[in-house]
Design a protein around this ligand. Structure first.
Ligand code: SF4
Length: 324
């Protein structure tokens, strides 16, 4: 396997809950609770889970758009969890983010040309002429035309805006791109186009992706490995083929059972999860999934399972595999 480009160890983000006149600290929302994983150069790591599971918070922590409560984040040997604000600003040249709602992240008063030029100005890349050339080049590589540079965000469709969002993320030639639900807001037909574009750009520009989604179906074809998150923790992490062929964690099994299968001869029984996702401010004891798990035992309600490699490249946090 290729080299580790990003190493995450014991990452936590707790948001304090304060109450009363004296703003007393009465608890924490444990949005990300002891998450560890590696990302290998050139791969796509999918991170999947229901809303509120901590996947988007994890993405923002890696960019230091949010400050971690605890944990170690190392990118290409540099400990980014310890960089000063100005050092981190420089490091963002190499790590960029694509957001779910490109419209909200594109300044409506700026032309697309100006929006794409901005990261180059921030990082002091090129003179005016060189920057203009790069703007047009990147508009073209995401499937847009030169004349789009003088248009405004509201003149674009959702799919085109996401192409602009992708182009903007790539302007500084990053090595790692964190895509936070980049196709969730798009029509299904457009989703496939944007996913294909991202895959092509990954090959052409030798990019590494972390691809965050709430649906295992979306990340299936783009991910080399997939991590499944539940209530702030990774409950399963595996090479994609293995995860889709033989999901081990009951939560992954339930998520996967709701993904439509293209082959009508292959029927999968749908596992319906009952109950809502519990609150991260008051997570259940033991295995946090036990309130919804059809296989829970007494042990599950008391002992928190740890993420363990059960077979090569496939780890799970579940007591069903304690003997394996
Ligand atoms: Fe279910 Fe127990 Fe496994 Fe948690 S540890 S997923 S409750 S079987």
């Amino acid at each position: 396997m290729s080299k580790v480009i990003l190493k995450v160890e014991g990452l936590k983000k707790y948001f304090p809950i304060r109450q009363g006149m004296f703003n007393k600290h009465v608890g924490d929302v444990k949005a990300v609770d002891d998450v560890s994983f590696n990302v290998y150069e050139g791969e796509t790591l999918g991170i999947v889970g229901e809303s509120g599971c901590g996947k988007s918070t994890t993405g923002r922590l890696l960019m230091r758009l949010l400050e971690p409560t605890e944990g170690h984040i190392e990118f290409e040997g540099k400990v980014i969890s310890e960089l000063s604000t100005s050092e981190m600003r420089k490091a963002r040249r190499d790590i960029q983010m694509v957001f779910q709602d490109p419209y909200a992240s594109l300044n409506p008063r700026h032309t697309i040309g100006k929006i794409l030029e901005e990261p180059l100005i921030v990082h002091g890349i090129g003179n005016k002429q060189e920057r203009r050339k790069k703007v047009l080049e990147y508009l073209n590589i995401v499937g847009l035309s030169d004349y789009h540079a003088s248009r405004y965000p509201h003149q674009f469709s959702g799919g085109q805006r996401q192409r602009v969002g992708i182009a903007r993320a790539l302007m500084t030639n990053p090595r790692l791109v964190i895509a936070d639900e980049p196709v969730s807001a798009l029509d299904v037909s457009i989703q496939a186009q944007v996913l294909n574009l991202m895959q092509k750009l990954q090959e052409d520009l030798k990019l590494t992706y972390i691809f965050i989604a709430h649906d295992l179906g979306v990340v299936r074809h783009i991910s080399d490995r997939v991590g499944v998150m539940y209530l702030g923790k990774i409950v399963e992490l595996s090479v994609s083929e293995d995860l889709y062929a033989e999901p081990l964690h009951p939560y992954t099994q339930a998520l996967l059972s709701s993904v439509p299968v293209p082959d009508p001869a292959f029927e999968r029984e749908q596992i319906l999860l009952t109950g809502d996702i519990p609150s991260a401010s008051n997570p259940p004891s033991g295995c946090a999934f036990h309130t919804r798990c059809p296989f829970k035992t007494e042990k599950c309600t008391q002992v928190t399972p740890t993420l363990r490699e059960i077979k090569p490249g496939h780890s799970v946090a579940c007591h069903l595999y304690d003997d394996k």
